[in-house]
Design a protein around this ligand. Structure first.
Ligand code: PLP
Length: 353
């Protein structure tokens, strides 16, 4: 390939990531965690934003304890800077053992089989254990802990996970009481229960370590976080074309929109393959400064149309911001804030600023 054609120019779709906001969000969550240490979930590629950059920024802000879901995600973050801990939430399968031995990361054991495997083949290196207190997803049971399953295991962190921390329901207290009850069986072991939402449930939920994820990246998990958590991700898309839709003409797949009168449109390089979901069809909006430009017709895989009647000067090659304020975007699209973040695709040029 001749040098002149190597490397595409910067693409027409940009994700600008605000390091300062990420660091400030962690600091707020750490302060809200009281005397507990605050960790950070960086699974799913740092909730879609970029795990390596997120980890680096969070470590600079003071975070020491990190969580990923899988060993492949742990490999992406190796080698770890000294003083940091990385926990792999989905535990160890037989086929993970070699890697688990070689990597500076520890498993969160989730089942009696995993506990046995780590005891027999893990050289009794440090590990963590997930205890199920009512979510019925991953974890050993409270009664397994009580019957001594963990005795002699080099477990330095026990975790449990709240099912409904974003709601005010009795189940939070039920899970809390069950979790507190295992403390006597794991002496000397750190304990961790709260995710982003759980941190706002108050002191009782903090134990030794909290594990925020969503709110680090700008998600508002509970009303208490409103006004404190700042957005981290900003989307900008370039206009590929500007056109006039005449009265009576329709737009896009399945012709879901027909113009009643002539309308100026801009076609953006953004679609559901980028995580701009079909739920934004006819509902989402772009922003040119303060001017809102509504999404028209159906969002397609790679393209979205907006009405630019309000912006006569906007032309091919110009950029607009996409309104991606997470709570509002979740309402509009019918997706959760988690889905909106983790769905952000790999065609964005990710810029940490
Ligand atoms: C993802 C995850 C978290 C972070 O949860 P958020 O709701 O994103 O704050 C914490 N703990 C466990 C076990 C998780 O899987």
């Amino acid at each position: 390939m001749p040098d002149s054609v190597k490397g595409a120019p910067a693409g027409p779709l940009r994700l600008t990531l605000d390091c300062q906001a990420l660091a400030d969000n962690w600091r707020w969550l750490a302060a809200q965690s009281g005397t507990a240490q605050a960790g950070a979930a960086v699974k799913a590629n740092g909730y879609g934003l970029g795990a390596a950059e997120a980890l680096k920024t969070l470590a600079e802000a003071g975070a020491r304890v990190f969580f990923v879901a899988t060993w492949a995600e742990a490999v992406e973050l190796a080698p770890l800077a000294s003083g940091l801990e990385l926990h792999v939430l989905h535990g160890v399968r037989d086929e993970d053992m070699a890697l688990a031995g070689a990597l500076d990361a520890r498993p969160v054991l989730n089942s009696a089989d995993q506990v046995r495997r780590w005891r027999e083949q893990g050289g009794n290196r440090p590990c963590s254990v997930m205890v199920d207190t009512g979510m019925n997803r991953l974890g050993i049971s409270v009664s397994e802990v009580a019957s001594g399953l963990l005795q002699g295991l080099n477990c330095d962190l026990v975790l449990s996970h709240l099912a409904c921390a974003d709601e005010d329901v009795a189940m939070n207290r039920v899970q809390l009481d069950r979790f507190a009850g295992i403390g006597a069986h794991v002496p000397g072991c750190r304990m961790s229960l709260a995710n982003s939402a759980g941190i706002s449930l108050g002191r009782d939920y903090h134990f030794d370590l909290t594990r925020p994820g969503l709110s680090l990246y700008g998600g508002i998990a509970r009303p208490e976080a409103q006004g404190h958590i700042r957005p981290v991700a900003r989307i900008d898309a370039q206009l590929l074309q500007r056109r006039t839709l005449l009265a009576g003409e329709s737009l896009g797949y399945n012709a879901t929109f027909t113009a009643a009168q002539p309308m100026e449109l801009a076609i953006l390089n953004l679609g559901y393959a980028d995580g701009y979901w079909r739920g934004f069809s006819g509902r989402g909006r772009a922003l040119a400064g303060d001017v809102a430009l509504p999404v028209m017709g159906r969002v397609s895989m790679d393209l979205t149309a907006i009405c630019v009647d309000a912006m006569p000067t906007l032309r091919e090659g110009d950029w607009v911001q996409i309104d991606f304020e997470l709570s509002h975007a979740a309402q509009l699209s019918g997706m959760s804030q988690y889905e909106l973040l983790t769905g952000l695709g790999n065609r964005f040029e990710r810029r940490w600023a």
